[in-house]
Design a protein around this ligand. Structure first.
Ligand code: 5GP
Length: 191
């Protein structure tokens, strides 16, 4: 268990396996929690309100912005996404490692707001491999896959802004690497 909480910004292009990597980390450590974001995007099959996201109407989301309930927010693919400040503060005061699984614009905002955060960017082995994974996942049309790949290229260019870049070629190797990073950062945090 971390003595003091720690904030981790975890970003990756779509299809890079960040949810799988995060689920594996959760299995290995009990002091990790995910910040549940608010969003206006429609709920997907299998998702639960309050677990995967807090699903909001645009009006509700704007109210959250106006009441300063969000640490950061952005528009992604035409939908709002934001990090509720309350959940983050609670996780940190509980001594947890709080993961913000967010896109790069939000990630950059958090790095400015919370310079003591730990920014980790998960990279695909290559764009070709990312295309293969998105096609295999089969949840998007060809056009959407091409849009996501274009966005992924832009996001990968911003990966250098993150303190740590981890390549997700082999799942276990990537998770091992992130665990090492957490250990290094925790000892620096609690020094
Ligand atoms: P999806 O709709 O596929 O769940 O998420 C789309 C993108 O929004 C992903 O890159 C995800 O990490 C990002 N995202 C999720 N929650 C937030 C948030 O609270 N803030 C920001 N900036 N991005 C988020």
């Amino acid at each position: 268990m971390a003595e003091k909480g720690m904030l981790v910004v975890f970003s990756a292009p779509s299809g890079c396996g960040k949810d799988t990597v995060f689920q594996e980390l959760l299995k290995r450590r009990t002091d990790i929690v995910k910040s549940v974001s608010a969003t206006t995007r429609p709920i997907r099959e299998g998702e639960q309100d309050g677990v995967d996201y807090y699903f909001k109407t645009e009006e509700e989301f704007k109210r959250l912005i106006n009441s300063k309930g969000l640490l950061e927010h952005t528009v992604y693919n035409g939908n709002y996404y934001g990090t509720p400040v309350e959940g983050v503060n609670k996780a940190i005061s509980d001594g947890k490692i709080c993961f913000l699984i967010i896109e790069v614009e939000g990630g950059q905002n958090i790095m400015k707001l919370r310079p003591d955060c730990v920014p980790i960017f998960l990279l695909p082995p290559s764009i070709e491999e990312l295309r293969r994974r998105l096609i295999k996942r089969g949840t998007e049309t060809e056009d959407v896959i091409e849009q996501r790949l274009e966005r992924a290229k832009l996001e990968i260019e911003l990966s250098e802004l993150y303190r740590y870049n981890v390549v997700n070629d082999d799942l276990n190797v990537a998770v091992d690497k992130i665990e090492e990073i957490l250990e290094i950062e925790l000892s620096a945090h609690n020094r």
